[in-house]
Ligand binder design. Sequence first.
Ligand code: DC
Length: 648
Amino acid sequence: MTQALVVRPVGGPMNGVPAVPGSKSQTNRALLCAALAEGTSRLSGVLFADDTAAMLEAVMSLGCDVRIDRHNASLEVTGIGGALNFEELTIDCRSSGTTSRFLLPVLLAGKGKVVLDGSEQLRSRPFGEQMQALRSLGGTLNELGGSDELPIEIIASGLEGGKIKISAANSSQFVSGLMLAAPLFEGGLTVELTDTPVSRPYLDLTIEVMKKFGVVVEEDGDSVYRITEGQYSSTDMMIEPDASAASYFFAASAITQGNIRVKGLHRNSWQGDIQFVDVLEELGAQVTWGPDWIEVQGDRLSGGTFDLGNFSDTAQTLAAVAAFAESEVEIKGIGFIRAKETDRIRAIVTELMKCGVEAIEMSDGLIIKPNTWRLTGASIDTYDDHRMAMSMALLGLRVPRIEIRNSACVSKTFPDFFSVLEDLRPRAAPSTDVVGVAAIDGPAGSGKSTVARALAAELNLPHFDTGAMYRAVAVAAFRQELEFSDASAIAELAKTAEISIGEKIIVDGVDATDEIRSAEVSQLVSVVAANREVRRILVPLQRQWATELGGGVMEGRDIGTQVFPDAVFKVFLTADLPIRAERRFRETEGQTFEDVLKDLQRRDHVDSTRDDSPLEVAPGAVIFDTSNMAIEDVVGELAEMFRSRVEG
Ligand code: DC
């Protein structure tokens, strides 16, 4: 269970139709209702994972007969039909909150003695509000460990219902459990919510499933539920794909500029977590709602403030997406997720910060201030929380060296997560792509030129240094003693100067290979590059250059954003400013480190704030922090990514 997995960046848009497993929430509700029903129910589209195995084993230990068909994701459940009698029994709920919170009230309605227990993690999760409500109905519950925690001994001899008041401000599972047990209580049960519940869609889901199994639930306003005493009756039910699990794929599409469709989900889905796609849409992704599918197409992502109180299981997914957004994202209304598998707010903030994301922990959520330049690989702790593993893996789709520790914790709800994700890895055949260009962008000193040159050699492809073009124009301007502030004169020069870029750089017939790297040229070239007219002339030349040679490795500042936005492979190289300055300092003579640092800062500023084609991370590009890496390693990893991208 301690296996670490490194997610390899995809380097291109992820497209496809992932095999999303069945909804955990529906599976566990339906399984319990089927177990309590008279007759045989057939459930299809079922999730097989730790959380549902916990419920499955529990209902079997209560005497249910279950035929399992994993291959077809279906179950045939012959219920116990109200005969809820047990001898001394211990039920292990593993780490499943739903199993434990649903079974506690149900078991109290039976007859016998049973201990409800679970993993260390589940033992540390709260049960107090639910226990209090059950005790108020006369139930006998004895904590065998900590107060309000598992293991809990249940001494059951049937339970009279009546009316209870309960808060669902911390977990809707307490209320769902009471509702699921309510038909077994003598006289049924009226549940009154004392405040606004979190995750209300889960209460609606509980009611829908109960109704499907023939139980009467009356809703009085939005805070009172009346459930009549009665019997669940068997039925056949098709479980939807899990909307929380689907969120990772929608997110993958959004952050890699891909196009991913999940079948079996639609606007009228029973699961609240489908609202996650509305958030993606608000951020800038394009969403299409089909009759029986949802499709997300990635696009530039802006920021915004989002209340995820009703679909909090997608909060970590959104936090991971936010790392790639163009402005601040605030996630609020989710204070209660601190009591899930782990303190999810603290956990996601901690792990995002390891990856260079500025994330601020708030009492009821978090704020992410994205700066894609600073994203970097890290070893991610997952806190035995499947959602930490799956959401942080999303960063790995664009950031090399994201290592997910204890990746096997995804087995709680999605054992095949990593292989389903891998199935979406994009493969491009260079011959069918527009041009087989590997676009390498990044600020000065990021290692771009050295890496691009070495990568081209390694891949046996042409190398195109577009910066040399801007530098050559600057050389021509120097030679003619033009004023750099004279934009139209410089633009005219870009048109008329004869520039040849190859082994040697020739400007108007004279070798300028060394001259283009001089301190004066380096200082003033950013003015040339910020000249809109100059770019209008040089960019088409760059396209022509690569197209004529059938593609290759092209480096610059705007290759992935402007020159070849459809490049098969896009990379943004980055490194910490002092490290970049150090690299430049070693290459230059006659300048102090301070001067080099200041000059870099100034160039970063000019390059990234200019109106035309500012230096920015191209949508979907791999963001590679080379700060602490040897160039050979960077090249080696990029070559591997490129090959797997174009050769499969
Ligand atoms: O990569 P370099 O330092 O040789 O680039 C020289 C200048 O040209 C630098 O100011 C960035 C700019 N440049 C650009 O704006 N667009 C490119 N595609 C390449 C370079």
